[in-house]
Design a protein around this ligand. Structure first.
Ligand SMILES: Nc1ncnc2c1ncn2[C@@H]1O[C@H](COP(=O)(O)OP(=O)(O)OP(=O)(O)O)[C@@H](O)[C@H]1O
Ligand SMILES: [Mg+2]
Length: 336
């Protein structure tokens, strides 16, 4: 069970070390996880709890998978990730789902009771949309039905006569839901009501931004499925400033990684603010969120890493802009 010290604000603080922005999604997720375990603790023995599984929606590369993986690193509960795309590509959906549950038991060190209080993150859930045109091995819709069974909390019989009760397992689903915005802009009509009261406007804005079950239904998730994902957290598109911070601020940011590599060679690496901005600008054009940052950054580093190891006299490398040659500072040759 979740330890007493884990509160929503502590969860968010931990996530902040690795995930830039997405404050609202962090809060929603933190509270959902916290209240899930509090509910189990208080309603124990009194019957079934109303589970609040979470759906994370946001464009590609905005941090959905990162957020969940980071979360899994801090909670002291078994946590596994499954991928809906692979579920849609196999003939053996039930076996694949069983495999996810078995991995959860594994994560719980073989303790079934502990696994029954775990978290399952299913990524790329939008790939299960019902499709009338595409031929697939398994239809997304039938995978949704298969997942429903474990989300509902039926006891599942696994290999080796293990029974796993999924009632108290929390499900987090994530997906980019490309095209959902168009659906929302069609169906969310309140936006045109004029009001002078800014509070009212705020409420309207929030309603307009809120993803409704009917939107998800129109997208291609069956109603029973969306019905089991009552908590929805939307991810923001990353701004240039956020992209710049992603490269340099988090504990394991790409800049810090390279700084370490160079330091190990006895070389100081200095990258100007403008470089980060230029990389962010290119990444925005690529429209893959933060995903392309690493590639662009590594491309910048390649010629430098090619030169530095052979030149022991270099002690500092400075990059001022993407399109200028890096400046190499060298120790003066030893005179005898
Ligand atoms: N908010 C963020 N803070 C820090 N790093 C981020 C953030 N968003 C994305 N990244 C970086 O971009 C990479 C891709 O992000 P992630 O895998 O979380 O995207 P996603 O939202 O799951 O996208 P997709 O819908 O394509 O699966 C991460 O590994 C991370 O390095
Ligand atoms: Mg992802």
């Amino acid at each position: 069970m979740l330890s007493k010290e884990v509160t929503p604000s502590r969860i968010v603080k931990y996530l902040d070390q690795y995930v830039i922005g997405q404050d609202e999604a962090k809060k929603i997720l933190a509270v959902a996880v916290y209240s899930h375990y509090r509910k189990i603790a208080t309603v124990r023995d009194k019957g079934v709890i109303a589970k609040s599984n979470v759906l994370l929606i946001g464009n590609s590369g905005t941090g959905k998978t990162l957020l969940c993986e980071t979360l899994s690193g801090m909670l002291g509960v078994p946590f596994v990730t499954g991928n809906a795309t692979s579920l849609a590509q196999t003939q053996y959906v039930n076996e694949e789902i069983e495999a996810i549950l078995l991995r959860l038991i594994d994560k719980a060190g073989g303790d079934v009771a502990k696994a029954q209080l775990g978290i399952i993150f299913i990524d790329e859930i939008d790939k299960l949309k019902a499709s009338k045109t595409e031929a697939r091995v398994t239809s997304g819709e039938s995978v949704q039905h298969a997942l429903l069974k474990i989300m509902e909390g039926a006891p599942v019989k696994l290999k080796g006569d293990i029974f796993l009760d999924t009632t108290n397992i929390l499900f987090i689903c994530g997906g980019a839901f490309v095209g959902l915005e168009n659906i929302m802009s069609k169906t969310h009509g309140y936006g045109f009501i004029a009001t002078s009261d800014s509070d009212d406007q705020n409420i309207l804005d929030r309603l307009n931004k809120r993803v409704k079950p009917t939107d998800l239904f129109e997208f291609g998730l069956i109603p029973e499925f969306t019905g089991r994902l009552p908590v929805v957290a939307s991810f923001q598109n990353l701004s240039k400033e956020m992209l710049v911070r992603i490269m340099s601020v988090p504990k394991n940011s790409i800049y810090q990684q390279y700084t370490e590599i160079f330091r190990a060679e006895g070389v100081e690496l200095s990258i100007g603010q403008r470089v980060f901005e230029q990389i962010a600008e290119i990444a925005i054009e690529y429209k893959t969120g933060a995903r392309s940052l690493r590639g662009i950054f590594e491309e910048l580093m390649t010629p430098i890493l090619y030169v530095v190891p052979d030149n022991r006299d270099i002690f500092k490398v400075e990059v001022r802009t993407l399109f200028e040659e890096p400046l190499y500072s060298r120790k003066p040759p030893a005179t005898t």
